[in-house]
Design a protein around this ligand. Structure first.
Ligand code: DGY
Length: 324
């Protein structure tokens, strides 16, 4: 009998067809009523789950007694209670690498947009304010040659650093758990403590995974360490920044601006950030290009298929649960 796969977010029809070659596939359908209820009802049958954007752990998965694997269509896996997965022997897979360059592009576009006020001045132009040569009040700040600070020099951090160093002649600082000697050689990147980086960088880019250790890594104290002209970019996870403290810092001019793709609570609604011209607010689109989302879905499909057919998936987050 075929194993059952349950999707926990929308997945492309082409992908469903491919999964159906090996598995029985259940995709909750909004046309058939409450999607959450359909998901909960199907959970006990599921051997594999595929999707993104839904917290899954002890509370949600207690009834999923047949579950062997959760294949996340994301690189981040802070939505999942990995300890519980380990306890149950459930495999967890993610989709690294394929989104590195797109996410770095987005990070860099937040740097550019915040510094050159791209989104703000687009709205300004469309609102009919352009009557004469643009006054100094609408000027931005340069990006090229400024110091770029990367907090969390993983693959995405390195891809942003390359853009900054090779494209914009920016000196690179980084902080994190380990030294990256190859990158130090390649880009002249210099290691700093978090506080040193905050004090020296003109652009501070957060690319660190969310964990108990990184929750509110950037709060009032850290924002006050930054230069008054500095810009904070967060493409990692919202809770890494104390959002209330950031809003106050943006309102008070403690820092110049922020480019944000992620928030403490998503989707973001009714936020004071919406009233701030010095905050660029994007709807968590780091990996949201057609090509990259297709590549992520493909990788998630491969991981899921391998796991359910008894092979070791290539992106196993918790290899200790894999049984040959
Ligand atoms: C990821 O893959 O973790 C991105 O943030 C998209 O969710």
């Amino acid at each position: 009998m075929k194993k059952t796969v349950l999707a926990f977010s929308r997945i492309a029809p082409a992908l469903i067809e491919r999964l159906e070659q090996n598995f029985t596939v259940i995709v909750p359908d909004p046309k058939k009523g409450d999607v959450a209820a359909q998901f909960d009802a199907a959970l006990p049958k599921a051997h594999g789950l595929i999707g993104a954007g839904r917290p899954l752990g002890r509370k949600q998965l207690a009834v999923a007694t047949n579950l062997e694997v959760v294949s996340s269509v994301s690189v981040g896996y802070d939505n999942y209670e990995v300890d519980y997965f380990n306890e149950r022997g459930i495999m967890l897979t993610n989709t690294p690498d394929v989104l590195t360059e797109s996410t770095a592009d987005l990070g860099f576009s937040l740097i550019m947009s915040s510094a050159r006020r791209v989104a703000e001045l687009d709205a300004w132009t469309k609102a009919g304010h352009w009557k004469a040569s643009v006054p100094a009040a609408q000027f931005g700040t340069d990006v090229h040659g400024k110091t770029l600070g990367i907090i969390g020099m993983g693959n995405i951090g390195a891809a942003i650093a390359r853009r900054g160093r090779l494209g914009f002649n920016m000196p690179i600082l980084y902080s994190g758990n380990s030294r990256k000697t190859a990158l130090e050689q390649e880009l002249g990147a210099q290691f700093r403590s978090l506080d040193e980086l905050l004090a020296e960088a003109d652009f501070v880019c957060l690319v660190v995974p969310l964990s108990e250790k990184t929750k509110h890594l950037i709060g009032k104290r850290e924002l006050e360490l930054m230069k008054p002209n500095a810009i904070l970019v967060n493409i990692a996870r919202g809770p890494i920044v104390d959002e209330a403290a950031l809003i106050t810092a943006l309102q008070d001019g403690t820092i110049r601006g922020a480019g944000l793709d992620v928030y403490e609570k998503e989707p973001l609604a009714e936020s004071p950030l919406f009233k701030l011209n010095n905050a660029v607010t994007l709807p968590h689109i780091g990996s949201a290009t057609t090509e990259t989302r297709e590549a992520m879905a493909e990788r998630a499909l491969e991981n899921l298929t391998a796991a359910l057919l008894g092979k070791r998936p290539q992106d196993l987050v918790n290899p200790q649960v894999f049984k040959d």
